[in-house]
Ligand binder design. Sequence first.
Ligand SMILES: CC(C)(COP(=O)(O)OP(=O)(O)OC[C@H]1O[C@@H](n2cnc3c(N)ncnc32)[C@H](O)[C@@H]1OP(=O)(O)O)[C@@H](O)C(=O)NCCC(=O)NCCS
Length: 158
Amino acid sequence: MTERDIPKVINISLEYPELAWSETLFLKEIHNPNSISIVTEHENQIIAYLCARVVIDECHLQNLGVSQYYRGKGIGTALMGELINRLAPFNASRIFLELRKSNDAALRLYKKMGFQIVAIRKQYYCNPTEEGILMLKTIHEDIYCITSDTTPDAGMRP
Ligand SMILES: CC(C)(COP(=O)(O)OP(=O)(O)OC[C@H]1O[C@@H](n2cnc3c(N)ncnc32)[C@H](O)[C@@H]1OP(=O)(O)O)[C@@H](O)C(=O)NCCC(=O)NCCS
């Protein structure tokens, strides 16, 4: 993700208000050496993005969004696979993330990627009030270098 990508990334994030970050927040991610910020492009358009932060040996998924038209095509799976690949130099051993209990698509994506539910946080989200699910995936060295299928011609870059 580069500074030029941010307006399009913000547009995608606005499709799911929970993810709507300000320009300042995305800028902080881009310039933080412990952050991993990836975009997926298709026909020169940004169609998805992911932001994660590494703290010591833990990675925290901060933000993930796929533009509505491109959902259900494997792009979220590919971005999560790419995140795992990019964690190798950090020697991160775990990835944590949180999501709304009602977010079925995300829950299925993360379960498919091997995440497990480790805690339910009551009244974690507001507007509307809802439980949060905390998920964890433990990373082993042998799973770095995941390859995943994605929309033909869609490519990822920092
Ligand atoms: C969650 C999200 C990132 C998934 O991205 P995606 O590119 O659509 O996901 P994929 O196509 O890789 O699908 C991965 C799995 O998610 C599940 N899934 C995807 N879309 C789904 C839907 N509409 N309903 C139920 N499950 C769904 C499926 O299990 C799918 O695996 P399968 O195709 O093998 O069955 C996307 O729906 C999105 O941007 N949602 C709004 C933002 C959001 O919720 N972000 C996560 C916040 S924690």
